[in-house]
Design a protein around this ligand. Structure first.
Ligand SMILES: NC(=O)c1ccc[n+]([C@@H]2O[C@H](COP(=O)([O-])OP(=O)(O)OC[C@H]3O[C@@H](n4cnc5c(N)ncnc54)[C@H](OP(=O)(O)O)[C@@H]3O)[C@@H](O)[C@H]2O)c1
Length: 265
C-alpha cells in the first residue's frame, strides 16, 4: 500500500507540528503548510527524521485565497490527498477589565480562523469527491462549543467552523469523503502559553496528536479531548444562560489580543 498523503496547515508549530510528527511515524507522505519558513523547515526535518516517506513544505498565508488554491492544487497534483487538516489558527481575547476587543484583532481572527479554513478546504472538495475517498479535518476548539466571556470573537470563529464541519460532513458522506471536527481543550503550545488562566486538563501536544491520529484513522465525526470538558460545555449550553455566565465570571482569564492583521486581498 502506498504512503498516505497528509496535508496540514499550521504545521510549523504546536498541534499541527505534533500531528505531522505522528503521521511521520506512520511513514506518511506529508505536505506542511505555514508562514514561518524556518520553523516549517525545522518541522519538515524532524518529520523526515521520524520516518516520513516524503515531506514537502509550502509557505502560504491561509488568508490568501488564490495562494491556498495554488498550494492545495499543487499538493493534490503531486499525490491525491488522503487527509487534509485545516488547523492554522490564532487566539484573541480580553484582559480582565477590558470590554472592547480591538476591531482589527477581531477581523484578523475571523479572517484566519474562518475564511482561512474555507480557503484550505474549498480547493480540495471536488478533487476529493471525484476520487470518492479521503478525510477532511477541521480544528475547532472547546471555545466553539459554548461562548466564553474571555474571548468573544475567538469563540465566534470556532463556533462558525464547528457548524461548517458538521454541515460539510453530511454533504461529503454522500461522496465517500469523511469530515472530522477536532475539538482541543488546553494543549501545551505557544498559543496556550500566552493565555493566563486556569487550564484544566492541559495536555502535551504529542498526547493530543495521538488522540487525533487515532480518531482520524477511525474517521470519527468529532474528536474532542479531554472529553469531560467537552461534555461539560455541551451541558452548559443546555443550562439557563445567565447561570452559566455567572459561573464563568467567577474565573478570570487573560487572553492577549492577536497581533495579526487581516491581509489585503
Ligand atoms: N493550544 C490550545 O490549547 C488550543 C485549544 C483549542 C484550539 N486550538 C486550535 O488549534 C489550532 C492550532 O493551535 P496551536 O495551539 O498549535 O497554536 P500555535 O502553536 O500558535 O500554532 C498556530 C499555527 O497556525 C499557523 N498560522 C497562524 N496564522 C496563520 C496564517 N494566517 N496563515 C497560515 N498559517 C497560520 C502558524 O503558522 P506560522 O507561525 O508559520 O505563521 C502556526 O503553525 C488553532 O486553530 C487553535 O485555535 C488550540
Amino acid at each position: 500500500m502506498s504512503a498516505k498523503h497528509v496535508v496540514l496547515t499550521g504545521a510549523s508549530s504546536g498541534i499541527g507540528r505534533a500531528l505531522a510528527l505522528r503521521y511521520a511515524r506512520e511513514r506518511a507522505r506529508l505536505t506542511l503548510l505555514g508562514r514561518d519558513a524556518a520553523r516549517l523547515q525545522a518541522a519538515a526535518d524532524e518529520c523526515r527524521a521520524q520516518g516520513a516517506a516524503e515531506v514537502a513544505v509550502s509557505c502560504v498565508d491561509v488568508q490568501d485565497r488564490a495562494g491556498m488554491a495554488q498550494a492545495i492544487g499543487a499538493a493534490f497534483a503531486a499525490e491525491p490527498i488522503d487527509v487534509l487538516v485545516a488547523n492554522a489558527g490564532v487566539a484573541t481575547g480580553l484582559s480582565p477589565g477590558q470590554i472592547l476587543e480591538s476591531p482589527d484583532s477581531v477581523r484578523a481572527a475571523l479572517a484566519i480562523n474562518v475564511a482561512g479554513v474555507f480557503n484550505t478546504i474549498e480547493p480540495a472538495l471536488l478533487p476529493m469527491t471525484g476520487r470518492g475517498s479521503g478525510t477532511i479535518a477541521v480544528v475547532g476548539s472547546m471555545a466553539g462549543v459554548r461562548g466564553l466571556p474571555y474571548s468573544p470573537a475567538y469563540c465566534a470563529s470556532k463556533a462558525a467552523v464547528h457548524c461548517y464541519a458538521e454541515s460539510l460532513r453530511g454533504v461529503m458522506a454522500r461522496h465517500g469523503v469523511g469530515v472530522s471536527l477536532i475539538v482541543p481543550g488546553f494543549v501545551k503550545t505557544p498559543m496556550s502559553q500566552r493565555t493566563k488562566s486556569w487550564q484544566p486538563g492541559l495536555m502535551e501536544a504529542s498526547e493530543f496528536a495521538e488522540i487525533v491520529w487515532r480518531g482520524l484513522e477511525r474517521r470519527k465525526a468529532v474528536i474532542a479531548a479531554p472529553l469531560y470538558i467537552y461534555y461539560a460545555l455541551r451541558l452548559f449550553s443546555l443550562l439557563p444562560p445567565r447561570l452559566v455566565d455567572w459561573g464563568m465570571n467567577r474565573f478570570t482569564a487573560e487572553v492577549p489580543e492577536t497581533a495579526e492583521r487581516e491581509a489585503a486581498q
